[in-house]
Design a protein around this ligand. Structure first.
Ligand code: ZN
Length: 297
């Protein structure tokens, strides 16, 4: 396979104080900047939908030259409030990777961290977490930290990496307590942060497409194969009432695993999107994407 496709990736799209940001302090791409980017892309590229890309992957219909697909990760309310009106107005179909959350009242670990880092700052948060760790957990932390300094350039990435990986299951209840103390009730935050079923239906009815992004947003290179399988199956179950299979998937954090393509195939996913840049797609399970926040035309 050799598919020429430029895929853009977006996360939070919001302005300070708007209905999506809600004073949380969680930053994102400014709405006007996003709209301007979409207009520039639409001038230079032929905007395509997930249906078009899937058709090309299944060898039905080739893509037009300079094909461009817009994708949005995490199923955030930003995508209904700020992105959907902009795309609808321009007749562009976005592909939205939503999290198959088990509990509508719970925030998966990375989103707890987003709220807490926005409120307390990463330094104060990591001190608060450190103070609650056992000696054994502190040893785990130090060792992982040393290893991740070899992998990531930025110190915040190193610290977040330890929280999202080695300490993920153990600090979840602690993050819950810190949220309730410093930010607000987790159930309310969760219900406001993510797209609800009605919003998804409305977007789908207007031609938007949805893909999988796991249930708990783990690093696929860190968890074991059984959990990867559960995460992918949860996405399939979530998507079945919404979308026509085979589906699309986006790797949480862009974390990769050798067995993931086989698990995707078994669960009716025919494509997976990474966070690595690239326009020549040689493998449907490793499709490259460009981060809209780093894109300057
Ligand atoms: Zn994500």
């Amino acid at each position: 396979m050799n598919l020429q496709l430029t895929t853009m990736m977006y996360h939070y799209v919001r302005d300070v104080g708007d209905a999506a940001e809600q004073g949380s302090g969680i930053p994102g791409l400014a709405v006007r900047e996003f709209a301007a980017q979409v207009d520039q892309l639409a001038q230079r590229y032929n905007m395509v939908s997930w249906d078009d890309v899937r058709g090309a992957l299944l060898d039905k219909e080739p893509l037009p030259e300079r094909a461009c697909l817009l994708t949005f990760d995490d199923g955030l309310c930003d995508h209904y409030l700020n992105v959907f009106p902009i795309l609808e107005q321009r007749h562009i179909a976005g592909l939205f990777f939503v999290i198959a959350r088990r509990d509508a009242n719970a925030l998966p670990p990375p989103f707890k961290l987003h709220f807490l880092i926005a409120k307390l700052g990463l330094d104060a948060l990591s001190k608060a977490i450190w103070n609650c760790l056992s000696e054994k957990q502190r040893r785990t932390y130090r060792r992982a930290e040393a290893r991740y300094r070899l992998r990531w350039q930025s110190e915040p990435d190193v610290v977040k990496g330890v929280f999202q990986r080695e300490l993920e299951p153990e600090i979840d209840s602690l993050l819950h307590e810190l949220l309730e103390k410093h930010v607000g009730p987790e159930s309310e935050l969760a219900q406001r942060l993510f797209l609800n079923g009605q919003q998804i239906q409305e977007m789908r009815a207007s031609g938007m497409n949805f893909g999988g992004h796991s249930a708990t947003h783990p690093w696929f290179d860190f968890i074991d194969s059984a959990r990867r399988d559960r995460e992918i199956r949860a996405s399939r179950k979530f998507l079945l009432p919404i979308e026509q299979p085979p589906f699309a998937f986006a790797y949480p954090y862009g974390g990769l695993a050798d067995d993931a393509p086989a698990l995707f195939h078994r669960n009716q996913f025919c494509a997976a999107f990474t966070t690595r840049e690239g326009t020549q797609q040689a493998d449907a399970y490793y499709i490259g994407r460009f981060d809209g926040e780093d894109w300057h035309g």
